[in-house]
Design a protein around this ligand. Structure first.
Ligand SMILES: Nc1ncnc2c1ncn2[C@@H]1O[C@H](COP(=O)(O)OP(=O)(O)OP(=O)(O)O)[C@@H](O)[C@H]1O
Length: 224
């Protein structure tokens, strides 16, 4: 009888801590994510959700522990060159160019990626078809978020790092977000989501980051 080794997790955080300005923001995080997996990060303001995603994106290094992709440390420069091509990053800074159209905003990202052909479909999917040829400055906050998500869909990299993706979306927008996450995972993609707002992601792991400082009494406590 041969015993098969279990597959390596695609991403493994091994006892990872992160310090910023001499303060420990994240402490001893252990997480493994396989293809098709999802991790939802929750926690109070300042708990370290964005820091977690920034570390995964390689913008900051763990102060202890290691982040492995296919078993290789992402801070090795050779590995990072390959790893960063797997990432699709969505943050509150939307990097939308106001002076060009919605379509051009997505096609511009496709061009940077050396890809083409998915922009229109992605824009339609996110419910912005009617606004395809409008200048991006015409968009509302929620529509801008939909445009960001259309870029994520069009670029279609395997690992999505989504920081507060549902902020400003209406209920239909949240449903679309849940839909694209689900489809991405069905194709083996991985999704990390940092969020305050409820979002339905089937079988997602949930990591609630602890509050970093004891909370002072607020007006709300005083009213209780
Ligand atoms: N550039 C920085 N330099 C130093 N400290 C930082 C920096 N950015 C964030 N921090 C600190 O790191 C801690 C975690 O911040 P982070 O943005 O990761 O929290 P968060 O959980 O995403 O918060 P929020 O829910 O408000 O978005 C905070 O105490 C913050 O002050």
């Amino acid at each position: 009888m041969s015993l098969r080794k279990p597959p390596l997790p695609r991403i493994l955080l091994n006892n990872v801590s992160c310090m910023r300005n001499a303060q420990t923001i994240l402490r001893n995080i252990n997480v493994s994510v396989h293809d098709g997996g999802a991790l939802v990060l929750t926690g109070a303001n300042g708990a370290g959700k964005s820091t977690f995603l920034r570390m995964l994106a390689g913008f900051s290094r763990p102060s202890a522990g290691e982040i492995l992709w296919n078993g290789h440390d992402i801070t090795d420069s050779g590995v990072f060159q390959q790893y960063k091509l797997q990432l699709n990053w969505l943050s509150l800074k939307d990097a939308i160019k106001d002076k060009i159209t919605v379509l051009d905003n997505v096609q511009w990202f496709e061009l940077l990626e050396g890809k083409s052909g998915k922009a229109k479909e992605a824009i339609e999917l996110m419910g912005l078809g009617r606004l395809m040829n409008e200048k991006a400055r015409m968009l509302s906050m929620g529509q801008r978020k939909r445009l960001q998500l259309a870029r994520v869909v069009a670029i279609d990299r395997p690992i999505w790092l989504l920081d507060e993706p549902s902020v400003a979306l209406d209920s239909e927008g949240v449903k679309l977000l849940e839909h694209i996450i689900s489809e991405h995972r069905k194709n083996g993609g991985i999704v990390f989501v940092a969020t305050h707002l409820p979002i339905e992601i089937e079988d997602a792991m949930i990591l609630r980051l602890p509050q970093r400082f004891p909370r002072r009494k607020t007006m709300v406590d005083l009213l209780d």
